[in-house]
Design a binder for this molecule. Structure first.
Ligand code: C2E
Ligand code: MG
Ligand code: MG
Ligand code: MG
Length: 289
């Protein structure tokens, strides 16, 4: 009986796996068509200086807007894009769109841009050249761009990470800054922060304390901010959802904050109509993000 059950399991597993695979292939095919059909958009979320409460940077966040359907967030298509390699084309599209939109914001308001980069993009030999060309075409200075990566990219001694490192070092020499995204969710090894080409530390929103009584979490955030400061890194807290978060982070000496308390990600048109250099207005649009 056990043998039969085992066999059934194998068959079930095989079917499920095949169905999932074909779903993935379908998704990737749809994403490819969507890219050709220009169905993606870049939304921007303000990053606020906690000393002045002014918007000093924006993070580019990709959305898929299939016509006649609800918008789709990146968590639902970035993993498949990464696995299939489509992220190389999609990431390049996002970077080009974001740099060209941000160039005017930087010129007129000094606002800088930060863009997420997937591990797969850094395995592309031409990544550095592409970024340089996009910067030149858009007119955004290299010093006004930061690239967000997750720490996993740089940990481990594989040839992949050596190549990733080479891209980051070349771009950093041009003045592009490198941010570690979602700090506190991965290995969070401290040695690499000292040794690697990193300028900005983004503290993951899962580290934000629930309230004033959440002493352990407050101590944790304090430690991360102190560590980053001792390494001369710019600190950015993600998931600033309440006035308590903003005040606490300010007291802890965190440089910048990003989160729903200040503003949600929004289309470029809302941003330009909005108030760079001033205290950001709470987002009032119906954006589901
Ligand atoms: P991320 O880079 O950590 O971006 C921050 C995410 O947190 C965004 O989700 C943002 O909408 C959300 N967020 C901002 N403030 C708050 C807050 O106060 N509370 C909560 N609960 N969430 C907040 P989003 O836009 O859904 O993006 C999810 C992830 O998808 C991003 O996380 C990033 O890893 C990835 N992603 C987005 N755009 C791109 C892209 O162009 N390329 C790549 N490779 N990845 C991207
Ligand atoms: Mg990010
Ligand atoms: Mg993040
Ligand atoms: Mg994240």
């Amino acid at each position: 009986a056990a043998k039969t059950a085992g066999k059934n399991c194998v068959i079930w597993y095989d079917r499920t796996l095949r169905r999932r695979q074909s779903e993935r292939i379908e998704t990737v095919a749809k994403l490819r068509l969507a890219l050709d059909a220009d169905e993606f958009a870049v939304h921007y979320q303000p990053i606020v200086d906690l000393g002045t409460f002014r918007t000093v940077a924006v993070e580019a966040l990709v959305r898929w807007l299939p016509p006649g359907e609800a918008p789709i967030g990146p968590d639902r298509f970035i993993p498949a894009s990464e696995e299939s390699g489509l992220i190389i084309a999609l990431g390049e599209w996002v970077l080009r769109r974001a740099c060209s939109e941000a160039a005017a914001w930087h010129r007129e308001h000094g606002v800088t841009l930060t863009v997420n980069v997937s591990p797969r993009q850094l395995t592309d030999d031409t990544f550095t050249a592409k970024v340089r060309r996009i910067l030149a075409d858009s007119g955004l200075p290299a010093t006004a761009l930061a690239l967000e990566i997750t720490e996993g990219i740089l940990i481990g001694a594989g040839t992949g990470s050596a190549q990733a490192l080479a891209h980051l070092e070349a771009l950093r020499a041009d003045g592009v800054r490198i941010a570690i995204d979602d700090f506190g969710t991965g290995y969070s090894s401290l040695g690499y922060l000292r040794d690697l080409p990193v300028d900005i530390l983004k503290i993951d929103r899962s580290l934000m304390p629930a309230g004033e009584d959440d002493h352990r979490q407050i101590a944790l955030v304090r430690t991360v901010v102190d560590l980053a400061r001792s390494l001369s890194l710019t600190t950015v807290a993600e998931g600033v959802e309440t006035a308590f978060h903003a005040t606490l982070l300010q007291e802890l000496g965190c440089d910048r904050g990003q989160g729903y308390h200040f503003a949600r990600p929004m289309p470029a048109t809302n941003l330009t109509a909005g108030q760079f250099g001033q205290v950001p207005i709470r987002e009032v649009s119906q954006s589901p993000f």
